[in-house]
Write a protein that binds this ligand. Structure first.
Ligand code: G3H
Ligand code: 13P
Ligand code: ZN
Length: 327
């Protein structure tokens, strides 16, 4: 058993308290490899932001569970070496079983999500509670989910979304004992969040549902998945240099900024990082066909990723400058 505290990680409790009281959101950035992790840590150290390092089941399989434990410990030590003490959480994204959550807890995760949003309500409660009961013995925090997001979540693909029902949240939170709750108010996973016709604008998030939820569970930590903005500049670069991402569109940054000022205290971003990396790699390889040293294209991609995360922390989530106060 690897205890996350021995790796220098923290659970999400203090971070969410700070975010709820401070009117900002903690960034939860997904990673699968070393360059992404370096970019997240460097960006969060430079902008003094608390951070949640997020790993999906697929990412864990890709990177290897033992490697991940050491990467997380390395990330903590790298931040320290840079003279920073920002709080760092290692979180399982979209856990789909008790066994996976348990295995993550045993290998150093300080926070896990049990995503039972596709299950019937009572089954979601029972499975989430089972994970909470186990996780809390080790001081590991747990995120649950109510309402379904459209898009792809690991191997699960949902064609249509269903918004979270405000009348269910209080009962769910009480009966499961979760530490945070992911909700569905119009975000979705991936780079194609809306199918827009010519001249159509992105529909606004359902802030009315968010307000209803806040009233039912005041001060409770709310999580937004599917919160990439699908930055047009990256999509354009990808398409210019041989890619094909026609019609990719995300959540406008002003809407995320508004959400971050409310009870939303964790915002999940994966696709924007993927787009930034791909854009830069495509650009370098197209402009410099002689390059075959991975550092020559992964290095610039890592730099662009860092800039992206600093921008998010400063201008979208508002988490920049809140790292020190939480340590
Ligand atoms: O919500 C899903 C995340 O973007 C992770 O995606 O399962 O392809 O690693 P993944
Ligand atoms: P995006 O696909 O919008 O980046 O969402 C990521 C996410 O929700 C990870 O759990
Ligand atoms: Zn998600």
């Amino acid at each position: 058993m690897v205890n996350y505290k021995d790796l220098g990680l923290v659970n999400s409790t203090k971070l969410f308290k700070g975010a709820v009281n401070g009117g900002y959101a903690i960034p939860a950035y997904n990673f699968n490899n070393m360059e992404q992790l370096q970019a997240i840590i460097t960006a969060c150290v430079e902008s003094d932001s608390p951070v949640i390092l997020q790993v999906s089941k697929g990412a864990r399989n890709y990177a290897n569970q033992t490697m991940l434990t050491h990467m997380a410990e390395g990330a903590v030590n790298m931040a320290k070496e840079m003279g920073s003490d920002i709080p760092i959480v290692l979180h399982l994204d979209h856990g789909d079983s008790f066994e996976l959550c348990k295995s993550c807890i045993e290998t150093g995760f300080s926070s896990v999500m049990l995503d039972g949003s596709h299950l019937p309500y009572e089954e979601n409660i029972a499975l989430t509670k089972k994970v909470v009961d186990y996780a809390h013995k080790y001081d590991v925090t747990v995120e649950g989910e109510l309402g379904v997001l459209a898009g792809i979540e690991d191997e699960v693909e949902a064609e249509t979304s269903s918004y979270t029902k405000p009348e269910e949240v209080e009962d769910f939170v009480k009966r499961t004992g979760v530490d945070s709750l992911a909700i569905s108010i119009g975000t979705s996973h991936g780079a194609y969040k809306f199918k827009l016709k010519e001249g159509e604008k992105v529909p606004p998030l359902r802030f009315d549902i968010l307000e209803e939820i806040e009233k039912k569970i005041p001060g409770f930590a709310i999580v937004l998945h599917g919160s990439s903005s699908v930055i047009p500049e990256y999509v354009e670069t990808i398409n210019t240099y041989g890619g094909n991402l026609e019609g990719a569109v995300g959540i406008p940054e002003e809407q995320l900024r508004k959400a971050a000022k409310s009870a939303v205290c964790k915002i999940n971003i994966d696709s924007d990082g993927r787009l930034a990396m791909t854009a830069k790699i495509r650009e370098v390889l197209a402009k410099k066909p002689e390059v075959f040293d991975p550092r020559k294209y992964l290095g610039p991609a890592r730099e662009l990723l860092k800039e992206l995360y600093i921008h998010k922390n400063q201008k979208v989530l508002g988490s920049a400058g809140h790292g020190k106060e939480l340590t």
